[in-house]
Design a protein around this ligand. Structure first.
Ligand code: SAH
Ligand code: TMP
Length: 408
């Protein structure tokens, strides 16, 4: 049990206890129910480093492996998002140029972001430990090292390639318990004028939207401007810009560089001040969050029981890793949610982690439409609603829990 902050070593203050939880992406077959893995999911906060973090986390090898269930490119919206991210960097003042710049992405998955650089002829490298998704990237002509990013890998990069001009990451830095080592290695392999740009689910959004389902095994941290500034400052790296993103239910893109290389943008102060207003730079910001999570659970169970009593058919839409936290924390099984449909082949015909709700194909949803669908992929709402106007036209309703439990 890690009672101390992974960043500063000070004792963590416990702010919430979700009880026993399985792996967020641990979709499984019936024969594996009996040895399913569970861990105590408790959240802690460090008043020194401002870091919001899980107190215990399963071994990363249990989560990221040859059968990793999350393929980034299943979402067209995210493909566009990452194309725009690429374009924004190319158009920026940081001189990201295809003939001069070496680009490295940590946790590139199937290549959704770095593909834009490889297609344009950039010297590049993707670091990806999960073999199945890494193989998809390789097929797309992306240079891949199939590994976790660590000291060995950074030494390999410096020896075999050159210093890195652009370090990229998306939705992965918050997965890495050894982040202090990672930032230390980034510092060593970054060129003098190089920049580090990454985006991750934002603690400010989680608090404001009560999206507690962002808390699951893989997300060992939820970052804020305060915690990122503290962490990178240990290695003399400076937070120079922050840009809020609507993806994954509210994310923050952070820009870091060696000290005194670039002007610090006004955005940094604006976001840091806003975090002070939200009180996520101190413990008091988490009191209301704690109550809101408990209220959300009560409201959700009440609604689902009422619908069941009325004989309504209720299902889940999209077997997200986030849904695992809701289902297990609220103790919802197939008596309340009959099935969950998903478009990812590796999840179909399996069962949801912990609560063992059947995962079915999207076609099954079309063939067996429910009265109510719990929108587990609430962060992809626009994309899904565009697709599902027929379901709504036929009277189908949605259930969500963000920012509060409601039917719409
Ligand atoms: N960047 C993609 C993928 C996010 S999922 C996107 O935004 O959609 C997180 C990915 O990071 C997974 O593919 C996982 O295998 C990888 N990963 C986890 N820990 C890592 C580490 N220590 N170093 C590099 N990649 C890691
Ligand atoms: P995410 O919220 O972690 O990005 O996971 C998205 C999951 O939702 C993934 O399993 C694919 C699934 N999904 C659908 O089933 N249908 C859809 O239309 C979308 C956008 C996602």
């Amino acid at each position: 049990m890690n009672k101390n902050c992974r960043i500063c070593g000070e004792k963590l203050t416990k702010i919430f206890d979700f009880g026993k939880q399985p792996l967020g992406n641990g979709f499984l077959d019936e024969q594996n129910f009996k040895d399913e893995y569970f861990f105590d999911m408790e959240v802690g906060y460090s008043q020194k480093s401002f870091m919001f973090q899980l107190i215990n986390q399963p071994d990363p090898k249990k989560m990221f492996h040859e059968n990793y269930a999350f393929f980034s490119s299943t979402s067209n919206h995210m493909k566009n998002h990452f194309k725009n991210f690429y374009q924004e960097l190319i158009d920026s003042e940081y001189k990201i140029e295809k003939n001069n710049s070496f680009v490295v992405e940590i946790g590139c998955n199937d290549g959704i972001l770095i593909k834009n650089f490889s297609d344009s002829g950039f010297k590049h490298l993707g670091i990806e430990p999960s073999l199945n998704v890494a193989n998809v990237a390789k097929k797309n002509n992306i240079n891949i090292l199939n590994s976790f990013f660590n000291k060995n890998i950074s030494e390999k990069i410096i020896k075999n390639f050159q210093k890195v001009d652009l370090f990229l990451a998306a939705n992965v830095m918050c997965h890495i318990p050894t982040i202090v080592e990672v930032v230390s290695e980034i510092k060593k392999s970054l060129s003098e004028k190089g920049i580090v740009v990454f985006e991750e689910p934002y603690l400010g959004d989680v608090i404001e939207k009560n999206s507690y389902d962002q808390i699951y095994d893989e997300h060992v941290f939820l970052f804020s401007g305060h915690s990122i500034k503290y962490l990178f400052n240990i290695f003399d790296l400076e937070l120079i810009d922050m840009k809020h993103q609507s993806t994954h239910g509210g994310s923050m893109r952070y820009y870091l560089a060696n000290k005194n290389q670039y002007k610090i943008k006004e955005s940094v102060n604006l976001f840091l001040n806003n975090e002070k207003k939200l009180n996520i730079d101190n413990l008091s910001g988490f009191d209301a969050f704690n109550n809101n999570i408990k209220k959300s659970k009560n409201d959700l169970i009440t609604i689902l029981n009422e619908l069941k009593a009325e004989g309504k058919k209720v299902v889940g839409y999209a077997a997200t890793s986030k849904s695992t936290s809701i289902l297990n924390y609220c103790d919802i099984d197939k008596n309340l949610i009959e099935y969950i449909c998903d478009t990812t082949p590796i999840k179909i015909d399996k069962f949801s982690p912990g609560m063992h709700i059947p995962i079915v194909s999207y076609q099954h949803f079309l063939d067996n439409p429910p009265d109510y669908a719990f929108l587990f992929a609430w962060n992809h709402q626009n994309e899904i609603f565009e697709k599902e106007h027929e379901y709504r036209k036929l009277g189908g309703k949605w259930i969500t829990h963000v920012p509060e439990v409601k039917i719409f």
